[in-house]
Design a binder for this molecule. Structure first.
Ligand code: DON
Length: 312
């Protein structure tokens, strides 16, 4: 597809796709984080933000939900700015694990190297590798980049943070394994605590679509006009998303949709169409890999209708 359809046609597509899939049965809210289990499961939204900043949206567009794993993309972008892609590749990796996002087995099989910044181990290693003199500075830099990527009012939810910090024992174990192998570059409990906070911010579906459109627009946020990511760093971020953005479903997603994506257990999912647009969808019920059932179908439908598959 060389040119985008008219504004009217794009809004029509968003409305139709939302109508078709917002009530799709199947999946369950994440339950291992108590807060997420309590979010109403009928919520849903779909948003497109083009690379020049036009917005098309439908559904529960005001609802603010937990960013969760999609925060890993923001932290990766910041880390790329701090140390460059080659250091990210050397210290963390650029391979799919083929295993769930919090897999200890994936670490054990690879000498405790995370392989990807988009699984929990690699995300905590990323947090630890950021330039920062204190936990507070580490956190403030992450919150700041989430705000700059979304041009949105991203804030920490104390309720979600409390819910996660008091139940994140598995991630604490992973952080200690990383540290023991020399793959955590600050105090491991600091890395885990800040990582948990970065997952506990509230975003709208539009915020995620703007983040995605920023990557689609060579790192320049089309809403704020700020160059948030150096253009050369965008391709390696998208490559990491292709490899691991939907965890052990990433290969199937690439096969079917052909767009770099990233999901979160809060029900958010974004996909990047380089040079053209960001697409984001939200709905809490998840499949077994931890990806929103309805969000996947909504984005897949938009990609198919507009012929966006990068391998097509
Ligand atoms: O670390 C965790 O388990 C959560 N805070 C985030 C995980 C997540 O979103 C994985 N997603 N699909």
């Amino acid at each position: 597809m060389s040119q985008l359809p008219s504004a009217k046609a794009l809004q029509h597509l968003v409305d139709e796709t939302f109508q078709q899939f917002h009530g799709l049965p199947g999946g369950e809210n994440a339950s291992y984080i108590p807060y997420l289990a309590s979010v109403p499961d009928e919520l849903a939204a779909l948003v497109i933000v083009t690379a020049n900043g036009d917005v098309y949206q439908a559904g529960d567009i005001e609802y603010r939900f937990a960013i969760e794993s999609i925060s890993k993309v923001a932290t990766l972008a910041l880390l790329m700015e701090d140390v460059g892609p080659e250091m990210v590749r050397e210290k963390i990796g650029a391979e799919p694990t083929g295993l769930p996002f919090n897999s200890v087995l994936a670490l054990c099989e690879h000498h405790d190297k995370p392989l990807s910044p988009l699984v929990n181990a690699g995300a905590m290693a990323s947090v630890s590798l950021l330039k920062a003199d204190s936990a507070e500075q580490r956190w403030q830099r992450i919150l700041d980049v989430q705000r700059r990527l979304t041009a949105g009012n991203v804030t920490l939810s104390d309720e979600i943070n409390e819910s996660e910090q008091t139940t994140n024992f598995h991630n604490r174990g992973i952080a200690w394994l990383l540290y023991a192998a020399g793959n955590c570059f600050c105090d491991p409990m600091e890395a885990c605590e800040v990582y948990t906070r970065q997952c506990s911010t509230l975003v709208t579906c539009k915020d995620l679509a703007v983040m995605s459109a920023t990557l689609a627009n060579h790192g320049k946020n089309p809403i704020s006009g700020e160059q948030v990511v150096t253009p050369e760093n965008v391709a390696p971020i998208l490559a990491e998303m292709t490899m691991e953005g939907l965890y052990d479903y990433s290969g199937d997603w690439a096969f079917e949709v052909g767009l770099p994506g990233k999901s979160g257990v809060g029900g958010g999912l974004l996909a990047v169409v380089p040079g053209k647009m960001g697409i984001a969808a939200f709905s809490p019920p998840l499949d077994e890999s931890g990806n929103s059932v309805r969000a996947q179908r909504m984005i897949a439908q938009v990609a198919k209708s507009l012929n966006l598959n990068l391998y097509g």
